[in-house]
Design a protein around this ligand. Structure first.
Ligand code: HSE
Length: 434
C-alpha cells in the first residue's frame, strides 16, 4: 500500500493551511516519500460555507466528525478543532478505532497528553503533534529524534506568535497593546480565546510539551509558573531600551541539580541575546544539549501555512510508519512512566531582576527602597531615576544582582507599605543567554 487515507476534522485557519500544503505539493510529497496522501474526508460544522477549490475532489464531506473517526476508510485522523472537550472525544475514539492521529492541540496534550499517549501506546498507533509547538518550526522531531543522543540541558523559547507580535509592535512602532492584539487576531495568530496568548497560558502548554520531551519525564502543566504580558507597559519597554535590552515573553525549561525548572514570564534580555532579534509572529527556540552544544531554531510560530506545514510533516511521518509497517514512534518512554522530576518552585528560581517603583519625589525615597533591598540581601547592580515631564511622581528603576523570587517578593511586600510608593511595583526577571 502506498496510498494513505486522511480524515480531517476542522477546516479553520490551520486546517486550510494543511490542505493547501498537501494539495499544492502533492507531487513533491510523492517524489520524496513514494506515498500518495489522499484527503478522503473532511468534517467541519460549517462545511457548506467553508467549501473551496481544495475540497472539490474530497469524496466525503460532513458536519459529523463521529462518522470520520469510526470510518474503516480512514488511516490517519487529523484533529484541528482545538479545545478540550469534543477534540478529546474524537482523538480518543479515533485511537480506539486504531487510527493514527495528528493534532495541533497543545492545550489538550499539555493537560491530557499522558493519558492520550498511553492509550495510543496500547492501541499500537502513532500520535503526531509537531504543529502543537512553534508553528512551522520542526521542534518536536528535533527534541525527540534529531537530538536523541543528548541530555537536553535547556530549552529557552519565544513560543507564542501573538505575544511576540504585540511586544514587537509596542517596542518598535509605539503601538498600543489593544491595537496590536486586534491586528494579531485579524492575522489569524491568536487563539480562539486570546487570553491564552497574552496571559502566557499557550506558551505554558507548549513548554510543558517541549520540556516533557526534552527531559524525558512528564511535566505537570498545572505546576508550571505562568505569567503573561498584560501588565507590560511602554514605560518598562522604554527603560529596557535605555538599558540596551528588550522585553520578550520567554518559555524556559532547564535541567537543574535538583530536577527541572519550567516557567513562562516576561523577561528582560540584552539586545545581544539571540532571542532579542526575533520579532513579529516569529518563534525561536534555543536548545542546549550536552553533546551538541547550542542549537537555534527559528521560523513562523503561527498562521495558516506555517502550522499547516507542520501538520503535513506529521502526516507524512506517520504515513511512512503505516506504509512500512514500522512500530509507531509515539513519545519517549519517559512520557508514559510514572517517574517525575522535581519541579523547582518559582520562588527558589534565581535570576537578576528589573524593578520599577513609582514614587513621590521627596527626600528619603531612594534610601528607603535601597534599605529594604539591602535588608533582604538583594544587591543593586544599577539604579536609574528620571523625572517625567510635568509630574510630581517619578519612576525609580533598579537592576539587581542574582537573587531569588522569594527575596524579591519579601522586598516588594515591604516596599509597597511606604506611603511614598504610588501604584503597583513592577518586577521583571532578567535572563542571560546560556
Ligand atoms: N496562538 C498561537 C500563537 C498560535 O500566537 O503562537 C500557534 O500556536
Amino acid at each position: 500500500m502506498t496510498k494513505v487515507r486522511i480524515g480531517l476534522i476542522g477546516y479553520g485557519v490551520v486546517g486550510r493551511g494543511f490542505v493547501a500544503a498537501i494539495k499544492k505539493n502533492r507531487a513533491v510529497i510523492y517524489d520524496k516519500t513514494g506515498i500518495e496522501l489522499e484527503l478522503s474526508a473532511v468534517a467541519d460544522l460549517n462545511i457548506a460555507s467553508s467549501y473551496d477549490q481544495f475540497l472539490e475532489d474530497v469524496p466525503f464531506k460532513t458536519r459529523d466528525a463521529e462518522e470520520l473517526v469510526t470510518s474503516p476508510n480512514i488511516d490517519i485522523v487529523v484533529e484541528l478543532i482545538g479545545g478540550y472537550t469534543v477534540a478529546k472525544e474524537f482523538i480518543t475514539k479515533a485511537i480506539a478505532n486504531k487510527k493514527y492521529v495528528v493534532t495541533a492541540n497543545k492545550a489538550l496534550l499539555a493537560q491530557f497528553g499522558r493519558e492520550i499517549f498511553s492509550q495510543a501506546d496500547e492501541a499500537g498507533v502513532g500520535v503526531g503533534f509537531e504543529a502543537s509547538c512553534g508553528g512551522g518550526i520542526p521542534l518536536i522531531s528535533v527534541l525527540k529524534e534529531d537530538l536523541a543522543a543528548n541530555n537536553i540541558l535547556e530549552v529557552c523559547a519565544i513560543i507564542n506568535g501573538t505575544a511576540n507580535f504585540i511586544l514587537t509592535r509596542m517596542t518598535y512602532e509605539g503601538a498600543t497593546y489593544e491595537t496590536a492584539l486586534a491586528e494579531a487576531k485579524t492575522l489569524g495568530y491568536a487563539e480562539a480565546d486570546p487570553t491564552f496568548d497574552v496571559e502566557g497560558i499557550d506558551s505554558a502548554h507548549k513548554i510543558t510539551l517541549l520540556s516533557s520531551i526534552a527531559f524525558g519525564t512528564w511535566v505537570d502543566f498545572k505546576k508550571v509558573y505562568t505569567e503573561g504580558i498584560t501588565k507590560i507597559s511602554t514605560v518598562d519597554i522604554n527603560f529596557a531600551k535605555e538599558l540596551g535590552c528588550t522585553i520578550k515573553l520567554l518559555a524556559i525549561g532547564k535541567r537543574t541539580e535538583k530536577g527541572i525548572d519550567v516557567r513562562v514570564h516576561p523577561t528582560i534580555i540584552s539586545l545581544k541575546h539571540r532571542l532579542a532579534a526575533v520579532n513579529d509572529s516569529f518563534n525561536a527556540v534555543l536548545v542546549k544539549g550536552d553533546i551538541v552544544g547550542e542549537t537555534f531554531h527559528l521560523g513562523r510560530g503561527a498562521g495558516s501555512l506555517p502550522t499547516g506545514s507542520a501538520v503535513a510533516a506529521d502526516v507524512i511521518k506517520l504515513s511512512k510508519e503505516i506504509v512500512n509497517r514500522t512500530a509507531p514512534r509515539i513519545p519517549p518512554l519517559g512520557f508514559l512512566s510514572p517517574k517525575e522530576l522535581n519541579l523547582t518552585d518559582i520562588k527558589d528560581v534565581e535570576s537578576e531582576y528589573y524593578l520599577r517603583f513609582e514614587t513621590e519625589d521627596t527626600p528619603g525615597v531612594l534610601s528607603g527602597v535601597a534599605g529594604v533591598l539591602a535588608k533582604n540581601s538583594v544587591s543593586i547592580k544599577s539604579a536609574l531615576q528620571r523625572p517625567y515631564e510635568n509630574e510630581l511622581q517619578i519612576p525609580m528603576v533598579f537592576l539587581t544582582h542574582t537573587t531569588t523570587g522569594r527575596q524579591i517578593d519579601d522586598c516588594l511586600k515591604e516596599i509597597i507599605r511606604f506611603p511614598f510608593i504610588k501604584g503597583e511595583p513592577v518586577a521583571i526577571r532578567v535572563e542571560e543567554e546560556g
